[in-house]
Design a protein around this ligand. Structure first.
Ligand code: NAP
Ligand code: MG
Length: 480
């Protein structure tokens, strides 16, 4: 695997941080793949300072259409090194080849979409009547902080910085400490694409240090955070100190509702997407709510599919790879024990798969007999675990679907279009998919959480609202 410089990236320069390092492991076998410079206070300060100078300097004078061209060059740069980016996702994040490729495509998709948006961020004319000209301008928010999780590292980074740059902001990025490499690789592309110094800065490091320092830095104008609810609350508190806006993309416990009139083979296939990325998706359909009328038949199909999931090392392109760390693996195994203690029946999996002891693997697991109030039905496991909960009628299905602290996504499977739309309108979640889970995954579809799943929306044209603020200008036109 070709590695980028393993330093911090500040002001388009590679900067080493006096000895502090974080270690990236390959989750497929636990081997060390890199030691990467970790930022402390001085480096976070330097990065925020560089972003501020760029904002008030060269970047401010770049035409919106030129910002678009720069973003397109970043997309082209990632495309030109596609296999290198894939390689890093496979080894740094433990993603099976096919999923690693999709992740890198996702990254390119973000830059391409926002390249087109850069010169379409328009204000409005305000109708104030004769004697006045009123208009609004959508100005860049300023220096934006981006704190990234490890589950889809390169595409989550692009999801934040592509719209930020399109809107004329500058960015300081803190990747997850488990997956520090892709951001540095993207930094190489950023230099090649002609992005002026200071517009994008990368400060790898530990969340409680680099992340916390960045979130509470007075030089930051806004924070985009993707991660757990607990850390999200810390980010909110840090932002409160300086009254800064936040975008929080947090966890989920998303339901997949299956009715007896649905295409059960399709529903089973889609429900088994919970094993994708070893269940490490915030919007994984981790609760299967099944009508008691089709439960037996659906469960048969799900178990058949679950047993066929090929688990293996990421570079061998299995259906499912490892979890990100040994700690995450233990956390998921802990939840499996909780499920057993709560009296649920393990129909598949339930532990580590054979023959992969050096990596961080958990077998695809199905829990039956789950009741809506149980911990494994309420808490985000973030692993390949499906909790199956039966319901008797539509009303009960909706109640269970909405009955958690989360509200990120939901899937509905039925051939009855009236029922599907009735339920879609009553689901308290930011994304609803009907007769498919996840949809085509296009950047144009807004994404974000109701309730504790977050604040704000990313993707789609709405994202630009996160990175702009509106100024109104009123002109008095006096008569001769
Ligand atoms: P996490 O522990 O909250 O970490 C997320 C990021 O925050 C990491 O970069 C982390 O750095 C940093 N961090 C940790 N403590 C911090 C602090 N006190 N101040 C500032 N930053 C801090 O989450 P995770 O375990 O990496 O990711 C999994 C979670 O992300 C799940 O809950 C998942 O649902 C959620 N997620 C949500 C979305 C969405 O779009 N809604 C997408 C993906 C993931 P370190 O890595 O160094 O700790
Ligand atoms: Mg790693």
């Amino acid at each position: 695997m070709r590695l980028p410089p393993l330093d911090l990236f500040i002001d388009n320069k590679w900067v080493s941080a006096g000895g502090d390092k974080i270690v990236s492991l390959d989750p497929s076998d636990g081997s060390v793949i890199a030691e990467v410079s970790a930022a402390g206070e001085a480096e976070v300060d330097a990065a925020v300072g560089a972003a501020r100078r760029a904002l008030d300097g060269e970047w401010r004078d770049v035409m919106p259409s030129e910002r678009g061209r720069i973003l397109r060059r970043i997309a082209d740069g990632v495309r030109a090194r596609f296999d290198e980016f894939v390689d890093v996702e496979v080894h740094d994040a433990g993603k099976p080849l096919a999923h690693a490729r999709a992740t890198v495509e996702g990254c390119i998709g973000y830059f391409t979409y926002h390249a087109g948006l850069a010169d379409k961020i328009e204000g409005r004319h305000l109708p104030l009547g004769p004697g006045y000209l009123g208009y609004t301008v959508r100005e860049p928010l300023g220096v934006t902080a981006h704190i990234i999780p490890w589950n889809v590292p390169i595409s989550m980074m692009a999801r934040g910085i592509a719209p930020a740059l399109a809107a004329g902001c500058t960015a300081v990025v803190k990747p997850a400490e488990q997956t520090p490499i892709g951001a540095l690789q993207l930094a190489e592309v950023i230099i090649e694409a002609g992005v002026p110094p200071g517009v994008v800065n990368v400060v790898n490091g530990v969340g409680e240090v680099a992340g916390a320092l960045l979130a509470r830095h007075p030089g930051i104008d806004g924070i985009t955070f993707t991660g757990s609810v607990e850390t999200g609350k810390d980010i909110l508190r840090a932002a409160a100190d300086h009254v800064r806006p936040v975008v929080l993309e947090l966890g989920g416990k998303s339901p997949v509702l299956v009715f007896a009139d649905s295409d059960l083979e399709l529903a089973a296939e889609e429900a088994c997407k919970v094993y994708k990325n070893a269940g490490q998706f915030c919007d994984a359909g981790s609760r299967l709510l099944v009508s008691s009328k089709c439960r037996e038949e659906l469960m048969g199909r799900i178990l058949e599919r679950t047993r066929k999931v090929r688990v293996g090392r990421a570079q061998e392109d299995p259906d499912m790879g490892p979890l990100i760390t040994g700690e995450q693996m233990e956390r998921v195994l802990g939840y499996i024990r909780v499920g057993e203690e709560e009296g649920c029946e393990v129909l598949a999996g339930g532990g580590r798969p054979d023959g992969l002891d050096d990596g961080f693997f958990v077998a695809p697991t199905v829990f039956d007999g789950v009741r809506p109030g149980m911990r494994i039905a309420q808490e985000e496991i973030f692993g390949p675990v499906l909790s199956v909960i039966p319901f008797d009628d539509e009303e009960e299905g909706i109640e269970i679907a909405n009955g958690t602290a989360y509200g990120l996504a939901a899937g509905i499977f039925t051939k009855d279009i009236d029922r599907a739309l009735r339920i879609a309108s009553r689901i308290r979640a930011g994304s609803v998919w009907i007769n498919e889970y996840w949809g085509p995954g296009e950047v144009s579809v807004p994404f974000g959480g109701y309730k504790s799943s977050g604040i704000g929306r990313e993707n789609g044209q709405e994202t630009i609202n996160n990175y702009t603020q509106t100024k109104s200008v009123t002109v008095r036109i006096r008569a001769d």
